[in-house]
Write a protein that binds this ligand. Structure first.
Ligand code: GDP
Ligand code: MG
Length: 435
């Protein structure tokens, strides 16, 4: 599927002007992609209608790069539907803060409870976990094991009455000076009255600051019905999507957001306590459309180039009359794209290169410090860098002369390489003439 979508995007990219037919074809593919990512069909329908309308405006069609604009509109619209901002976990001023988790059995509540506790602990809070699932055999045991791994206390009470355990748990937090209480509750395999009544009773008893619903991203379409049922019966403030490390595309997130209006707060991707991530609508939009980090890096690269490199500087670069100032600029661009490691890990096999330690991020910093100790003349005309100048620079930058020599050597090599790679000025002007 992803391949098909990439196909339609690159098909669009290669066209100069777009017609309504082109847009229709692209919308058909996007519609399929959304349906396959488990987005509710009603949501898909209204999304496509709105997006298509925006794509058919002169602003997009008559622009210089209509295809890129179509992609941008699709991503924009999808991101807006998923939520405008990155939702954060907001704690009220109340002591202790009470967070309650609800959701079906197996959705990932107990795991998410431990992950939340871990995250809060990292942020210097003192969380207390409360084992409110008294039905599932060994449920409290599971929570206690996870809590033990992250060094957080669990309140288990008598293991009989979930409402009482929750209430006592809050008291326990007060008497032991813990500032956040996370209540794990029991789910059922399907939406049923028992579960709803119990969740409501706990809610009435402890009046949580927020109720988070945990949904399994792998459940697909059904997620909407479950979320709608909870929204109506118990109500909740936000969603944690679990099991995003599987092959789920996350279309459920879009449906939940649209059907219930509740924000997605976290993405849980793995069984380890640190695998809870804040939700980023823009990344999710790309995931749903099946476009990876690669796309965002390319986009970023294009944007950085357009914004940052002034025409004159760009031409100088292309003529390969590279100066040390250019060198710094290149360095900064790499940084803007998320650093060398991010750039490399987005490439096929990149993770392996990272793991084997072939990337030296610190070298970028060292390089900039050295260049910063040079005069303007030295940066523009590195050939003036004789022995005494190099010694002065080394002293100024707090490095050794061989380190300065290494930088200049590296710079000269880059310059040579660029001369080989770059088209001549004539070729360049020919290209620009066509545009
Ligand atoms: P609960 O019944 O809602 O409390 O669900 P659990 O927290 O017990 O999770 C059910 C199963 O899903 C367990 O085997 C968990 O290890 C697993 N699980 C939970 N969250 C994730 C996740 O984000 N990724 C993966 N791969 N497994 C998860
Ligand atoms: Mg559980």
């Amino acid at each position: 599927l992803s391949a098909r979508l990439q196909g339609i995007f690159s098909g669009l990219k290669s066209k100069g002007r777009l017609t309504e037919e082109d847009i229709n074809a692209a919308m058909r593919e996007i519609r399929m992609a959304l349906l396959e990512a488990d987005v509710n069909f009603k949501v898909v329908k209204s999304f496509i209608a709105a997006t298509k309308e925006r794509c058919l405006t002169a602003e997009v069609l008559d622009s210089l790069t209509p295809a890129q604009n179509v992609i941008r509109v699709v991503l924009d619209e999808l991101t807006a539907l998923l939520g405008e901002t990155n939702a954060k976990l907001e704690l009220s001023g109340r002591m202790p803060n009470v967070i309650m988790l609800v959701g079906l059995q197996g959705s990932g509540k107990t795991t998410a409870a431990a992950k939340l506790a871990y995250r809060l602990k990292q942020q210097n809070h003192q969380p207390l976990l409360v084992a409110g699932d008294v039905y599932r055999p060994a449920a409290a045991e599971q929570l206690a094991t996870l809590a033990g791994e992250i060094g957080v206390k669990v309140y288990r009470g008598d293991g009989q009455d979930p409402v009482r355990i929750a209430r006592e748990g809050v008291q326990e937090a007060i008497s032991t000076m813990r500032d956040v209480v996370i209540i794990d509750t029991a789910g059922r395999l399907h939406v049923d009255e028992d579960m709803m009544a119990e969740a409501q009773a706990i809610k009435d008893a402890v009046e949580p600051d927020q109720v988070l619903m945990v949904v399994d991203a792998m459940t697909g379409q059904d997620v909407v019905n479950v979320a709608a049922a909870f929204a109506e019966r118990v109500d909740f403030d936000g969603v944690i999507m679990s099991k995003m490390d599987g092959d789920a595309r996350g279309g459920g997130a879009l449906s939940i957001r649209q059907v219930t209006g509740k924000p997605i707060k976290f993405i849980s991707a793995g069984e380890k306590p640190d695998s809870l991530e804040e939700f980023h609508p823009d990344r999710m939009a790309k995931r749903i459309l099946g476009m990876g980090d690669m796309v965002s890096l390319i986009e970023q690269a294009v944007r950085v180039q357009q914004e940052e490199i002034e025409q004159e500087e760009a031409e100088r670069l292309l003529r390969a009359s590279l100066t040390l100032d250019d060198f710094i600029m290149m360095n900064r661009q790499i940084r803007k794209m998320g650093g060398v490691s991010k750039l490399i890990s987005a490439l096929p096999g990149g993770d392996r290169a990272m793991a084997s330690g072939q990337v030296d991020e610190g070298a970028l910093d060292a390089m900039e410090i050295i260049i910063n100790s040079m005069t303007k003349e030295e940066r523009q005309h590195p050939e003036v860098l004789n022995g005494s100048r190099r010694a002065r620079i080394a002293r100024g930058a707090g490095v050794t002369v061989p380190e300065v020599n290494a930088l200049i050597k590296k710079f000269n090599e880059t310059k040579k390489m660029m001369k080989k790679m770059m088209p001549s000025v004539d070729e360049l002007q020919g290209k620009r003439g066509k545009k």
